[in-house]
Design a protein around this ligand. Structure first.
Ligand SMILES: [Mn+2]
Length: 338
């Protein structure tokens, strides 16, 4: 990539948006999980997080939603990437979870860059440490933007494949799974979507019909969510033309603005607290940085709306964090024991 055209004074290479470090407890952390083990088609998700951070140097710091440049008085920290330790898949999943867990203290908003979607079970496990979840996963809602339902029980014998990410998240007994953009799924996944009361899916084929109200229903559904929420964005949920380098680009997905409206709708839900988000399946595009730049813009929108939530008092967990977190200690070897 060429030198950033928007280089601001104090631009720090390797930091998200080039923002310099500040001392003290960060308000927002950018976490990098360059994990790639089971990706079935394309390759390169391990290089995705760093490519996204490099591309973020081109993203504008100003957004009219908060009316000023980021960091807008908040501390945004880019954390060293997960080191890849493990030895086998389940130990790696534990390693990822242990890398993420300290940031789920209710004081900091984690934005996780992946890496293949197989990291989702580790994220959900780590989210158990958040004061609003406090080990009770039935409090936690998951909102998923994706092309694929990710509801397979296993793929090629592997239950922790990226194709099973949502299934493994459901295994924690979460409150509800909302999906949008879904357009690639097996017969079994379709049947589960139809029959499981804990799953609500908005198919891409419906949201793009100009004659029906599916899209408005989706946004209204988001604004009615209550309690702690994790937002997981598989960038292949966007139309393949926006993210052509991702592992499995699929035509007919969300437009960029539908993705932004989804983020906006969820963060503005008055009874929900978005405790974290991830942007995954990022693969560096060689000929143009479009794929990683799209991911960087989406992650930046998450920062903007989180800042907006803090200003509007919709980040309620902080005052309770010290009392509640002591009650629950997450198992550092959870996946290994499964
Ligand atoms: Mn996925």
């Amino acid at each position: 990539m060429n030198l950033p055209a928007l280089v601001a004074e104090g631009f720090v290479e390797g930091n998200f948006l080039g923002l310099p470090e500040q001392g003290g407890t960060p308000d927002i952390v950018i976490l990098q999980v360059p994990y790639e083990l089971t990706t079935s088609y394309g390759q390169g998700t391990a290089l995705g997080p760093s490519a996204c951070i490099e591309a973020s140097g081109q993203v504008e710091l100003f957004d009219p939603i908060i009316g000023e440049d980021l960091p807008a008085g908040y501390k945004i920290k880019t954390v060293e990437p997960w080191n890849g330790e493990g030895g086998n898949l389940r130990k790696q999943l534990d390693g990822i979870s242990n890398y993420l867990t300290p940031w789920y203290d209710g004081k900091t908003f984690p934005i996780i860059l992946g890496g293949e979607h197989g990291i989702l079970p580790s994220i959900v496990h780590a989210a158990g440490a958040h004061p609003l979840v406090n080990g009770d996963f039935s409090q936690l809602t998951l909102v998923q933007i994706d092309a694929h339902a990710d509801l397979r029980q296993e793929l090629n014998g592997e239950p922790f494949s990226h194709a099973c990410a949502a299934s493994r998240a459901m295994d924690f007994g979460i409150k509800h799974l909302y999906q949008v953009g879904i357009r690639a799924f097996s017969k079994h996944e379709y049947q589960r979507i139809q029959s499981d009361d804990d799953i609500t899916t908005f198919f891409a084929s419906d949201i793009h019909k100009s004659s029906n109200s599916s899209w408005r229903n989706w946004i209204e559904t988001l604004t009615s969510i209550e309690g702690p929420v994790h937002l997981t964005i598989d960038i292949d949920g966007l139309d393949g033309s926006l993210v052509p380098a991702t592992g499995t680009p699929v035509p007919g997905g969300l437009t960029f603005w539908q993705t932004i409206e989804t983020i906006q709708g969820l963060f503005s839900a008055s009874k929900a607290t978005v405790i974290s988000m991830d942007v995954n399946e990022i693969v560096p595009q060689k000929d143009t940085p479009l794929t990683q730049f799209t991911a960087a813009m989406i992650a930046t929108k998450g920062i903007i709306h989180h800042v907006d939530n803090r200003r509007n008092g919709n980040w309620e967990s902080t005052s309770e964090a010290d009392n509640l977190q002591a009650n629950y200690v997450s198992d550092k070897n959870y996946f290994e024991k499964l």
